[in-house]
Design a protein around this ligand. Sequence first.
Ligand code: 4AD
Ligand code: MG
Length: 436
Amino acid sequence: MSEAPTIVRTTIDQLGQHVGQTVCLQGWLYDKTAKGKLQFLKLRDGTGIVQAVVFKGSVPDGSWQAAEGLTQESSCTVAGEVKADARAPGGFELSVTAVEAIHIAPEYPISPKEHGVDFLMGNRHLWLRSRRQHAILRIRAAIVRAMRDWMDTHGFTLIDAPILTPAACEGTSTLFETDYFGDKAYLTQSGQLYMEAAAMAFGRVYSFGPTFRAEKSKTRRHLTEFWMLEPEMAFVELDESLRIQEEFVSHVVQTLLARNHDDLVEIGRDLTKLANVKPPFPRLTYDEAVKVLQAEGSEIQWGMDFGGADETILANRYDRPVFVTHYPVECKAFYMKRDPERPEVVQCADLLAPEGYGEIIGGSQREDDLDALVSRMQENGLPPEGYEWYLDLRRYGSVPHSGFGIGLERTVAWICGLEHVRETAPFPRMLTRIYP
Ligand code: 4AD
Ligand code: MG
C-alpha cells in the first residue's frame, strides 16, 4: 500500500531547510502584483516575508482563482516548491503548486501610502503587521533577552515586585491611585523598595516588570506605563554599581549588533553610532555638568534638575553613554544616600544615552542608616507608617547597598534610533492615549 506524500508545514524563516522540497505555508497577503499568466504573492507569516510565484499552467484552476481573489491582509494557505534565489529577499522563493484562501479581508485601512502618526497609533493593532514596526518589536524582544541573560549569568536572582502597592517610591505627584477594597492603593512606580528587601535575602537580585507614572508631560521620552529592569546589590557601593552598569549596557548593545544586525539595518539605524558602546563610560559630576551647560548658554543654576535639552547637550559631547553623578539632594528621591564628604549631594548617577536619547538609567547608593532615612522621609513628607517594613531593612542587618533602574522603552528608542518612545511599546500608554 502506498502512502500519499504529506506536505511539510513550515514557516518562512525555516525555508532554507527545505530547498527543493514542496512545503506548505500559512500567512497573510502582504502585497500582490500580476502579469499575464503570473501572480507574485508577497506572503508574510510573522517570521518573515517570501515571494510566492503562481504560474497559471502549474496550478489547478481553483488555486489560480483563489490567488486572484486574495486582497491585502487576506489569510491563506500556500503550497509550493522552495527555490534558492540569491535575488529574492531572504534568499528563497516559492514556486506555487496550490493556493487556498482562509479569509478574505475587506479593504485594509493601512495602505503603503503615508499615514499620520495619530491614524497609525489609533490602528496600532493593525500597524504591528508592518515591516518596520515588526522589526522594532523584534529588537525590543531581543533587548529584553540580552538584559535578562546578563543578569541571570552574573549572580542575580529574578524576584518579581508587586504591581499594586500601598506607598510611593518616586514621589507622590505621579501616582496612579486605585481603590483597594476601601483602602487606597497605587500602581507601582518602581520595584526598588521591594528589591532592597530581596537583596538583603538574596544578595543580588533584579525585577523586571511594568511600572506606572501619572506623568503630565507630553514629551518624546515619557510613557505612563513603561517596563523597567531594576537590579539591587548588597555590599555594593556607587563606584562598583557604575562598573556593573557599563558592563551590562555594553553587553546589551553589542549582543544586539551581533544578533539583530538585519533588523537594525531594516529600520535604517546608523550602526557606527553603536559600535563604540564599550566600557569604560565617561563620568561627570553634576557640578561639572552645570559648568559645561552654563558655558553652552543654558539657564541652569546649581540645584536645578536638568531638562531634556540639557541632557542632550551633555550627551552630545561623547560617543558613548555618560554618567552624571552626585546630584543635589533636592533633585533626587528620599532613599539616596548623602555623600559623607559633601552632604548637599547624593551618591547617585544617571546614565545619559548618546544622540539626544536622554536618561536611560537612574540609580544610587541607598541610605542604609535608620535615622538618616527617617529624616529624609520626613523632609519629603512621606508618612513613616506606610514604610515600617522598609525601615526594618535598616534595623536588621543594614549594609551598604546600591541599585539602579533601566527603562526598557528609552533603551529600545536609543538602540533603534527612534524619534519617539511610542513606537517601542506594542500598545503604548501616554497622556492622551489609552486606545487601543
Ligand atoms: O530615574 P527613575 O525614576 O528611577 C527609579 O525609578 C529608581 N527607583 C530605579 C532604581 O534605582 N531601582 O527611573 C528609571 C528609568 C529612567 O532612567 C528611564 O529610563 C525610565 O526609568 N523612565 C521612564 N521611561 C518612560 N517613560 C517614563 N515616564 C519614565 N520614567 C522613568
Ligand atoms: Mg531618573
